[in-house]
Design a protein around this ligand. Structure first.
Ligand SMILES: [Zn+2]
Length: 538
């Protein structure tokens, strides 16, 4: 009996999903394909909130898989790039070298193929991933990684030069010259179908009847007060529709269709070896930023994602034996609710915190002390001034420039720290060496910062807002902090080798790679931060 039919039997007779029927499934042989989903900005409470309406792929994994209900990206800068660097490496950003989106995959020494825009490569990524561990055992290991975003495609695989593709705003899936000099024929053929342009004029309405949604639709805080009510219409211009595709649910759908084309072209999962398919789906992040986690739009996006993933898994299991596939799912980070909306989070009193006056004073101090003046600029909270940069709570100093002045850097940092702490909404401002002396078992914020930085070279000071507070400089939905709303993510496994159930133990995304390695019978090639989640394994 196949796992899928077992799972649906469960649903029909409403047995608890932890029922020990799994014992009747014959012991699995080594999986031939790992499918690793990373859903951008997916909060795990979407699964419990919408459980009864999840009839597709998300529901299948949530109701029939091993679900760790207390899962975290256990690092401080909960952005996409560091999150993706942790998924298949089993290591925290402090060890992968990927600490922020700004210092993620952007690489001016390489170019995109059949697309324009910023080049991308894993040149900052250090160490190995599950893909490398599998390839070390069997060089026939095949790999495909796809995403809307460059960082989402590149970082789960690490440094190896593999078929890795992401969506370029011109309608093509692209790669960079780090990986190849031309697109393979199957990618060219997929691009030639021009599916993105065909979405022009499409209308995003509710998937289910109105009564299926408890969220109010007319919340004018959403989407900057413009176009916050269903239905949402894509531009009727194919060029515009292609460019803004990432804001619509069908971006995920097209990414999954692209993955299916790749499975066929590369014959993933058909050989004796174990292959890897990494899929990163990003519309949930776009919808989260634009409308927030409590919106009707998010509810509908999750339902559509569920259906798209269901269609994908159905197609996959038609061409590959389900028993040969192990599925893993997580998110690169979570999402904090708008400070003004109080629905699913205890965020009363949350505010938008403006630290720009602190940084303006720092800028003045440094300029007057003789640090060469640079523009004091603010782009979505990434603030640059004379001899410093401030991004996602991290103050980085240009130590060389400051070293040419009489500035005492310790006193400078102490002064700016005190200034931050006088700002309402700033919970703490810490130096990394001080954090290293805290009890990191109980102090999760300290622990998460130490999982980013081991010294002060890139972080003279790390600033943490009180839970649920937003930086004032960006008016849409936010993530990026070490607080739980941003760090909490789903961690799930599904397949013949997996023991279904919901497990409340503390689990981290860095535990996923070693858990998969144990299931696949390979050993990490270096010291990793994660450990095996034994409860997930039959
Ligand atoms: Zn985001």
């Amino acid at each position: 009996m196949k796992r899928s039919s077992l799972a649906s039997l469960f649903l029909l007779v409403s047995l608890p999903v932890t029922a020990p029927l799994a014992a009747q499934i014959p012991t699995a042989t080594r999986p031939k394909l790992v499918v690793f989903f990373t859903i951008d900005a997916m909060r795990p409470d979407y699964l419990s909130r919408f459980e009864s309406q999840l009839t597709g792929g998300l529901g299948r994994i949530y109701k029939g898989g091993a679900v760790f209900t207390n899962g975290f990206q256990d690092h401080a800068i909960t952005e996409t790039a560091p999150g993706h660097s942790a998924t298949m490496s089993g290591r925290f950003p402090v060890h992968t070298g990927i600490t922020t989106n700004l210092a993620g995959v952007n690489d001016t020494t390489v170019s995109l193929i059949e697309a324009t825009g910023l080049g991308a490569s894993p040149f900052r990524f250090r160490g190995t991933t599950l893909t490398d561990w599998l390839a070390a055992r069997d060089s026939r290991t095949r790999v495909l990684s796809v995403s809307r975003k460059d960082r989402g495609a590149i970082l789960p695989i690490g440094r190896s030069k593999r078929p890795i593709f992401w969506y370029a705003g011109n309608g093509n899936f692209t790669t960079s010259t780090y990986y190849a000099s031309a697109l393979p024929d199957w990618v060219k053929a997929f691009n030639a179908r021009k599916l993105p342009a065909a979405t022009a004029g499409r209308v995003w309405g509710l998937l289910l009847p109105d009564s299926a949604y408890s969220e109010p639709d007319s919340v004018s805080l959403e989407s900057g007060g413009i176009g916050f009510v269903f239905p949402h219409r894509e531009s009727s211009s194919p060029d515009t529709a292609t460019r803004v595709l990432g804001d619509f649910p069908w971006m995920d759908d097209i990414t999954l269709q692209f993955a299916l084309a790749g499975i066929d072209a590369l014959q993933l999962g058909s050989g004796p070896q174990t292959d890897v398919l990494a899929i990163s789906l990003s519309t949930t992040d776009a919808v989260g930023h634009r409308y927030g986690p409590d919106s009707r739009e998010m509810h509908d996006q999750i339902l559509r994602l569920d259906r798209s993933m269901g269609a994908f898994l159905d197609s996959l299991f038609k061409i590959r034996n389900e028993g040969d596939v192990v599925v893993a799912l997580t998110a690169d980070h979570g999402l904090s609710p708008y400070p003004e909306i109080h629905t699913h989070d205890p965020n009363l009193g949350a505010a938008r915190v403006d630290v720009r006056p602190v940084l303006a004073r720092l800028n003045n101090t440094l300029t007057s002390a003789g640090v060469p003046a640079t523009d004091f600029t603010d782009t979505f909270g990434n603030i640059r001034g004379s001899g410093f940069q401030f991004d996602v709570g991290v103050l980085e100093l240009d130590r060389q420039a400051l070293g040419r002045t009489k500035i005492n850097q310790d006193s400078l940092v102490a002064g700016v720290r005190a200034d931050f702490l006088r700002t309402a909404g700033v919970a703490r401002a810490d130096r990394i060496p001080d954090l290293a002396r805290t009890d990191t078992v109980t102090d999760r914020v300290a622990r998460r910062w130490l999982h980013m930085f081991s010294d002060e070279s890139k972080a003279a000071l790390v600033v943490t807002l009180a839970p649920y507070n937003y930086w004032s400089s960006y008016n849409l939905g936010q993530h990026g902090s070490p607080n739980d709303a941003d760090a909490r993510v789903p961690i799930m496994f599904y397949g013949a080798a997996i023991k279904p159930g919901h497990y409340a133990e503390f689990a981290r995304v860095v535990d996923m790679a070693p858990t998969l390695a144990a299931i696949l019978g390979v050993t990490p090639m270096e010291t990793i931060d994660g450990h095996i989640l034994q409860n997930a394994i039959k």
